[in-house]
Design a protein around this ligand. Sequence first.
Ligand code: SF4
Ligand code: SF4
Length: 118
Amino acid sequence: MPKIAIVGCKRIQDQLCIACEKCLKAVSVKDGEFARYDDEIELVALGNCGDCPGLIMPKITLMEEIAKSIGREYDIIHLGTCVVKAKKTGQCPLDFDKIKTLVKENFGKEVVVGTHNY
Ligand code: SF4
Ligand code: SF4
């Protein structure tokens, strides 16, 4: 069972999609970037990037620490569609390739860019 954490854009999470219902639906029915998983998905964490100008690595580090401390570790981090939109249409400074490399090097985990397509 893939164990997932979703990281959204601090500036527009819960505003682009109120109450994050779109990601929750996509996880539930395996739409969008969740269609890649055959097994049922366990959503372990749903948080934000830590804000501009790019505090995502400290935030992911904290997420890791908490996940370990409560025995609820996850395997894969999805960057929310809100993050993708912030990058495409706003001035989001995140470098997705760099984040993928840093997360792999530091935590041995995969980062997938995107979540739902609604
Ligand atoms: S893309 Fe996902 S994480 Fe971002 S605001 Fe929408 S539902 Fe929430
Ligand atoms: S614009 Fe980018 S760095 Fe700023 S809050 Fe949104 S996702 Fe995070």
